[in-house]
Design a protein around this ligand. Sequence first.
Ligand code: BEZ
Length: 211
Amino acid sequence: MAIRLGDVAPNFFATTTEGPIDFHQWLGNSWGVLFSHPADFTPVCTTELGFLAKLRGEFDKRNVKVIAISVDPLDAHTGWIKDINETQSTTVNFPLIADPDKQVASLYDMIHPNADDKATVRSVFVIGPDKKIKLMLTYPASTGRNFAELLRVIDSVQLTANYKVATPGNWVDGEDCIVTPAVSDHDAQRLFPKGLRRVKPYLRYTPQPNR
Ligand code: BEZ
């Protein structure tokens, strides 16, 4: 069944390059990002995993655990990680799930048969500490993901989770946020002591609350 925003991220047991995991236990109280990669020893995926490894500090700062999956066996992953480390001048520092039976890929609907019936598309699932799906992205195999955009959307969903704000189009960290329509002007004065800029009754801005 398709996964939708707000659903509990399906739990699974899997073999990874950092040992066996129970996914929900592994997440603990952290946020999580699950990335699918079409196949081992492929060029776009190699660059993506290199970028991810280099950005580990940015994910740690946001209390986000990173885990990747590719529908290849563990021994292939081990060889591929050596290549990633060598070619991308980094050290892969997160687990890579081995999923040769495509159990996790099927559970998360990562195989889109009209695109490719064997490899996964490039899926991203952002999961909250409540284990619920907060955000999903789907890219074709031929397009590498933009990790600055991924960090941007994590910042946005974390702001929404922690404060009653949304973020406008093209928002980046540090810019004004939008007070959600569910918050009355009266409550907004209390919730957002940094101020309220009222453009229309439904369009109200406040400085980013966690800055
Ligand atoms: C890649 O990661 O380079 C790739 C994988 C599958 C199809 C196209 C590109």
